[in-house]
Design a protein around this ligand. Structure first.
Ligand SMILES: [Zn+2]
Length: 437
């Protein structure tokens, strides 16, 4: 189990870069599909074919959907394969084996294989059962496939569809643009041709609507690619069953980060939270915000567009498993000597150029605090304990004493998170008391 999380984290980072690239490719392809349909439509207007031009309005709406759908489907396959590869390279088979055995003794059939995956196989006789896995480990009845494809079966076409269509992204492409009302655009075309407008004039009238579709198609393509990649990765990780005790969120830290996403970087969410720990209701499912609305600023949407956060599984503390005393000693002795390269938002902020600091917190907020403090403010000066930026009026009405108390709390949080993150990537668990938040 040692270093399993460290490896998973490294793989997740590499994988996240590929996901970003794939999301960009999908966004570009969706835009290209709209441009092709748009050019056809212009040619038809030029030819005076209002009827065909009006039909092509539908193509402007459906072409990006078809394109995005194709990209999402291939992303499910790639995402599953890459997530399983990361698990395979990170988590020792022995740990899984031990969990399977423990699970069979406890009669927990759900432990390794998520039953929803089992029932989704279709023909139940083809479904993998715990007995099969145990037989595999005992070696008396080796199945044809290797254990990894048994534990992490590829998605069926139905499962692919379920992942791909679970976001209501098709509605969002047309929402907020006049394409949602095809009658409006059809009127622009037919009235334009009737009143003798040139095709350039008609194109000018239509263009803002089409631009709107391009923008929303790009945004949807990017966000949905991130969602699907994350979803598929989560499903692979869920197959680790009882080995997982929680999840850690990792953010991309820069001036474009949402402040509360940047601040929660390194936060751990437990399946069975103890007092003071965060649980599943508080855990984000990137690109979606957590179920608990207190985890984000009031009025912000549940979907965090272009969110670049990712989740990592937190594996169980090996000291809870049968681990020799000597091995446990090695782990605890190294606890303080290993300092992995983890970064909190506080550190990012102090190293960022002034311009980026101001982009992140807002120029007014920055100037207000600088005036009050008489020196350059730090990240902790701008936020409250939930990681949200303080409104300008609260910043200016706060007394010096209130500010000191608030900043102290935030600094403590940042320090705890840094420790937890360092321990997690080093050992795969948080040693000792589990009340780091
Ligand atoms: Zn995010």
């Amino acid at each position: 189990m040692r270093q399993a999380n460290e490896r998973l984290a490294a793989h997740a980072h590499i994988r996240q870069v590929s996901v970003h690239n794939r999301a960009d490719v999908a966004a570009n392809a969706a835009e290209r599909a709209i441009r092709v349909a748009w050019n056809q439509l212009l040619r038809m207007i030029q030819a005076g074919r209002a009827d065909v031009a009006i039909l092509l309005l539908d193509e402007i709406r459906y072409a990006p959907m078809r394109t995005i759908l194709g990209h999402l489907k291939s992303l499910v396959k790639w995402g599953h394969a890459s997530a399983v590869k990361a698990v395979k390279a990170s988590v020792p088979l022995g740990s899984i084996k031990r969990k399977v055995k423990d699970g069979s003794q406890l009669g927990e059939s759900r432990l390794v294989i998520d039953d929803r995956r089992l029932s989704a196989v279709g023909d139940i006789s083809e479904a993998l059962t715990l007995t099969d896995i145990l037989a595999f480990f005992r070696g008396d009845e080796p199945p044809d496939q290797d254990i990894w494809s048994l534990l992490f079966p590829a998605f069926t076409p139905e499962q692919v569809d379920r992942v791909v269509f679970s976001g209501n992204w098709r509605d969002r492409i047309t929402a907020g643009t006049k394409l949602g009302d095809p009658g409006e655009l059809a009127r622009i075309i037919s009235a334009g041709l009737t009143f003798g407008k040139t095709h350039q004039e008609i194109a000018r009238d239509l263009k803002p609507h089409v631009q709107g579709v391009v923008a929303s198609a790009r945004r949807v393509a990017r966000t949905e690619c991130m969602r699907v990649a994350q979803d598929v990765q989560m499903q692979a990780h869920k197959q680790l069953g009882g080995l997982i005790i929680g999840w850690q969120v990792l953010a991309t830290l820069d001036q474009h980060s949402r402040p509360w996403h940047a601040h929660r970087n390194g936060q751990v969410y437990y399946l069975n939270p103890k007092p003071g720990q965060k649980g599943m209701k508080q855990r984000p499912t990137p690109p979606d915000e957590p179920m608990d609305p207190a985890e984000r600023p009031p009025g912000t949407s549940r979907t965090a567009w272009n969110c670049r956060c990712t989740l990592l599984p937190v594996l169980s503390d090996p000291s809870e498993e049968v681990l020799p005393q000597s091995a446990r000693k090695v782990l605890s002795d190294n606890a303080s000597s290993v300092v992995p390269d983890t970064l909190t938002m506080g550190q990012w902020f102090s190293r960022a150029p002034l311009r980026d600091q101001k982009t992140l917190v807002g120029v007014k907020r920055y100037n207000e605090l600088k005036a009050q403090l008489g020196e350059r403010p730090s990240w902790a000066h701008f936020i409250d304990a939930s990681g949200q930026l303080l409104p300008l009026d609260r910043l200016s009405n706060e007394t010096a004493r209130q500010r000191t108390v608030r900043v102290e709390t935030v600094r403590k949080q940042l320090a705890q998170r840094k420790t937890a993150q360092a321990q997690l990537v080093t050992f795969g668990f948080i040693p000792g008391k589990r009340n780091n938040s």
